[in-house]
Design a protein around this ligand. Structure first.
Ligand SMILES: [Fe+2]
Ligand SMILES: [Fe+2]
Length: 146
């Protein structure tokens, strides 16, 4: 198999293991993962700043959706989940600082770093905490379609 190992080794693609079974959440996760794929394209190196904005603004909405559901269902892990959501923004801010300090000539390297960082973060969070909440939700509301 031939493959460009520098560009897409860590790129997160949508796969069945990422599905939580909650339609709205899955839809938002798909949107997020599609955005990672956009910047993973080297020709889009100039879109790192734009992606960082998306990864803050859209993700704020996404987290709010989950946190509302946590609250509505009296989810026992809500606080720990919230801490991880909040830590995400710090991770993005730290990357932003590094990106700004790197200067234009290193933007391609930063693009690869960001692709990797986002791929790992989302995979771990979705298959861990988000999946655990989905399991809880289904146990509490077995009749709900979502
Ligand atoms: Fe999520
Ligand atoms: Fe979450």
């Amino acid at each position: 198999m031939t493959r460009d190992t520098n560009s897409d080794e860590a790129l997160l693609e949508w796969e069945a293991s990422l599905e939580t079974g909650m339609a709205q959440i899955d839809e938002q996760h798909r949107t997020l993962i599609a955005q990672i794929k956009v910047i993973a394209d080297r020709s889009r190196a100039n879109r790192v700043a734009e992606t960082l904005d998306f990864m803050q603004n859209y993700v704020r909405e996404h987290f709010a959706t989950e946190e509302r559901l946590h609250h509505e269902t009296d989810y026992p892990e809500a606080e720990a989940h919230l801490d991880v959501h909040n830590a995400y923004f710090q991770t993005i801010l730290n990357f932003k600082k590094e990106y700004d300090a790197a200067g234009g000539e290193k933007h391609l390297l930063m693009l690869l770093k960001l692709t990797n960082l986002l791929s790992v973060w989302w995979k771990v969070h979705i298959t861990g905490m988000d999946r655990r909440f989905a399991d809880y939700y289904r146990a509490v509301f077995p009749c709900r379609a979502e």
